[in-house]
Design a protein around this ligand. Sequence first.
Ligand code: ZN
Length: 502
Amino acid sequence: MTLDVGSDLAISVYNTLTRRKEPFVPGHPGRVGMYVCGPTVYKPSHVGHMVGPVIFDTVKRFLTWVGFEVKFVVNITDIDDKLIIEAAKQNSTVPEIAERVTGDYLACLKALGVHSIDLFPKATDHIPEILAMIESLIAKGHAYPSAGDVYFDVSSDADYGKLCNRDPEQMEAGTRIEVSDRKKNPGDFALWKGAKPGEPSWPSPWGAGRPGWHIECSAMSFKWLGAPIDIHGGGLDLQFPHHENELAQSECHLGHAFTKYWMHNGLMKTGDKKMSKSEGNEVVVSALLKRFQSESIRYLLLSSHYRSPIEFSEARLEEVGRTLESFQRFFERFKRITKSSFHELKTKDRRDPKRFNASVLPEGFSREMVALAQRHVESLADDFNTGGAIGSLHEMLTRLNRFVAESRLEEIADPANISQLIQGATLFRECALLLGLFEDGSKKETGEETGLVDGLMTLLIELRAESRRSKNFAMADQIRTGLTSLKIVLEDRPAGTIWRQS
Ligand SMILES: [Zn+2]
């Protein structure tokens, strides 16, 4: 049983710039460059910061599986007003805080299974590239120095506002714009900021200073991905002013398109408020990971469409935990039947080039599994609809369990049926891995600790069986009741007693 939806697989992406879904065709055949705006590293990551990385990690997983070679870059903003303020508050330095908070960010990504980012360039490592770009913008008449700062002149760019589809006056009305008598127009934004005494700074033709936030993303994306880049991603809150400004300065510098597809993910909300440091309602990831499985967090982030807001609450995470238990029970069932681990099933990293069509298979389990897997892939091909793909995973789980029940696999170890189950589970695993789910079973299945628990449980189950044989029912009941209080359920089956955590 292999999975391939054929060469007719059409991928579509919603492009914020054109406000419609478009066929996905990268600039260079077979290769994709993807740039996603990363964090300003001044405070530990909250769960809202993980939405973009998890979504775009999934985008890369899927595009790679389809056959593209994807280079994925996420920048680290390690110089910014917020960092300077935080360093003063903590009586520390900007580099010290930046390094510590970057470490926290990378640890959070790892915990959530975000492994696909190829490069994390830092703003402070790209000062020469940033200076060169500012000089080019001044030479072309799109920027001007003013009292140690350099500003981009929005009135010099006839296209300014095209990403958000608003004219500059409307944009000013809805946003905080720094008022300054150094600017020609209120909407002009700083490319370079002159340093105040004691602030971190770099020499420049306009005096010591530091780069503005927007220019660093343009300079780093050109350096590492060239232009135009295929996908530029980020949270919806970055659309204006950050991405509008990035786009304007980049296209004025290049004289051609900066990005083919702009993708914006919805923001995390608690109640009706966006989760943010400034709202004071952020949930710090490292604290959350002490109480919830990382898989539950990843599942929650992928369960709705990436362009919709994500409702966060601990009650929802608990609910996800219960949902994941049903998958876990199947993995345990699979192990009992096949004597092998679901998490070690070998799947294909790339879509099978051999065209495979569910309709040519005979009616039955295999054909239904392939059809569900195809639907899973079609969901992801349709603007990365991860919520739809998760729906298919649930249907595959139901079909796998029904196959086990119908063929009575827990009682009759029929080799042909076991082989079909393994093939079906492998297909399911291949689909789940596109979402980065159920990648690692180590916490549940292997490891010394679990090995010890398995051994102790086998011993207790044998003691209980022995008690029943010798008609010591009080002892047998005591063992079962004691285990129930530890949230362990025993199930007596024809092939023996099994246990699971409730
Ligand atoms: Zn950016």
